[in-house]
Design a protein around this ligand. Structure first.
Ligand SMILES: [Mg+2]
Length: 226
């Protein structure tokens, strides 16, 4: 049995900034600020890590209470933003998920920096949440490598036994996705559908590098050798 662990933003969907804008609004609200002092980059990071980074950059106390308030505000903003932005499921994704879900030799899960409820909101909005039975999420870990370990543990619990590292595939759109694949000994599939270019992703040395997930035969051949 093989397992595919998918990143969400820039890999499965783009939300038309629905997520990032909700994160910024939530931070400003909880930190009682009117504007950001720094440009926020979010690609490849976890919600927990973004929260920590923002509070440190602005010299604010980072408490569990602040985290809970931040996430509640963020999830409300995300739910409001999603229907009003021009987001979409990225090229090839729906067909790939449909094809892989037909196979009996692969399981589909998530490996994302999103908090679990945020991931569910995004994927439900775009109609692809049903494909994923388990995952690793950004609720607890600032470091994506730890999310990868959690995702693999969730996959193995769902499956009921361990996977060989060569049977684990991490699909993502940033160098951090490739890095966290290495942290669990998995194979890294990088797609240039987020903010990173083919050249930038190539520097991270993924096992398979694609412009997008539209070439289903190439993805399937890489994973299953046929
Ligand atoms: Mg991403």
């Amino acid at each position: 049995m093989k397992v595919c662990l998918f990143d969400i933003d820039g890999t499965l969907v783009t939300t038309g900034m629905a997520g990032k804008d909700a994160l910024i609004d939530a931070f400003l609200h909880v930190a009682e600020l009117t504007q950001m002092e720094n440009v926020l980059t979010v690609s490849g990071k976890t919600d927990r890590g973004i929260f920590a980074e923002l509070f440190q950059l602005h010299g604010k106390a980072m408490t569990e209470e602040a985290w809970r308030a931040f996430i509640e505000r963020y999830l409300n903003g995300l739910a409001t933003n999603l229907p009003s932005r021009e987001g979409m499921v990225l090229e090839g994704v729906t067909a790939l998920l449909a094809r892989l879900s037909q196979r009996d030799d692969v399981l589909l899960g998530l490996l994302t920096g999103n908090v679990e409820r945020g991931a569910a909101l995004k994927l439900t909005h775009y109609g692809i949440h049903e494909y994923f039975a388990f995952g690793g999420f950004g609720d607890h870990h600032p470091d994506r490598d730890d999310v990868a370990r959690a995702a693999l543990a969730a996959a193995e619990e769902y499956h009921g036994s361990p996977f060989a590292p060569s049977d684990v595939f991490v699909i993502g759109d940033t160098p951090n996705d490739v890095k966290c694949a290495r942290a669990i000994g998995a194979q890294a599939v990088a797609v240039a559908t987020g903010v990173f270019s083919i050249a930038q992703l190539e520097a991270a040395n993924p096992d398979l590098l694609l412009a997008n997930l539209g070439d289903l035969d190439a993805v399937e051949a890489f994973m299953f050798g046929s």
